[in-house]
Design a protein around this ligand. Sequence first.
Ligand code: PMP
Length: 423
Amino acid sequence: KSVLNPTLYRPDFPILGRQTNSGAPLVFLDNGASTQRPHAVIDAMSECYSKYYANVHRGIHTLSEESTDRYEQARRTVARFLNAASEVEVLFTAGTTAAINTVARTWGDQNVGPDDYILLTMMEHHANIVPWHQLSERTGCKVLFAKLNSEGQVDQEHLDSLWQQYGQQIKMFAFTAVSNVLGTITPVAAWVQQAQQHGAATLVDAAQAAPHMAIDVRQWDADFVIFSGHKLCGPTGIGVLYGRESILDAMPPFLGGGAMINTVTTEGFTTAALPDKFEAGTPPIVEAIGLEAAIDYISAVGLEAIHDHEQVLTRRAHEGLAGIEGLTILGPQDPALKGGIVSFVFPHIHAHDIAQWLDTRGIAVRAGHHCAMPLHKDLGISASSRASFYLYNTVEEVDSFVQAVSEVTQKFAPTGRKRRRRK
Ligand code: PMP
């Protein structure tokens, strides 16, 4: 039984009161893609625009000073949220994708050569694959993938063998803390230690972790930890790149322009200190203020309570789906090993058909490869359907989801619409 009562929080989210095209009340189970926003976030952003908005850092006038104070206060709030040693370790970016690209471009170009390897896992999001492929195109380095076992976890023996085989040629181990498809929670601190023993840097994609569990970057001890605002009730257009201060200091800047410089001459430029060095141009000011409101909101609900609540919902979904013939849940079968993500497949019903059917019941899920094509290929499938939970989802919603999925088998079986949309 959950200690968190979602019905207390649902009124905070105006969008949850709407209906879908079918006329059914909305059951929003697409939180892995993006969550919804409470009034606290919408109001904080609206208040900024209506009361004290101006560009930050440059103006010596009341509004600019107020905006700057609030923008920097948001940075301190994020630093506290992550237990970072210093707020200069918190950089605002456009999102997880932008943050990983920043690391690959700056740290990568500086530290990786043609004989080197980047180590990933088979369950990474494209945002944590493609920037490394691009680094490989620029430098000639190679990208390695740690395989998964049949439980949907990284096969630790294979991981060990990669470290043994490639050792210090692996310059970076970049991995997700929670798989956006399987829900698998990875052993972040242990993997960081293993990488450190081989002198490799570490990057943790916490896009699916930061919204759902308390993060302590000092306990993880990774060099980079990254997440997006929009997956934890915050705005789109903002994400966080946490970096260890000594490493950020040694990295060259990425985007050049205003704010990231000390001086500019016709001959060249000198770079500003952290964090400005990585925040060229006008930053996402209002988004940072919205992000702070979101962090305050979910912190008040409690990250542990959110995690425990999602465990209850995930367990309920697993139990319900287990009774549906032909359905396979991807990843760990034990909900205790997962975040609040339940992806599943039927052998002869396409994921898009399932999502469309659920939509007629008001239920929003995601269908497709979820930006994890290598994982789907590895699993021998082209697509899956995914329900993903957040603090405002109820047990009743999970039950209507399970009920609607069970109707799918009657609707599309026995002949099914075989592979109609598969390529
Ligand atoms: N990594 C993971 C694990 C994700 O789930 C996502 C979002 N689906 C991303 C990276 C990319 O995040 P964004 O689209 O906010 O840049």
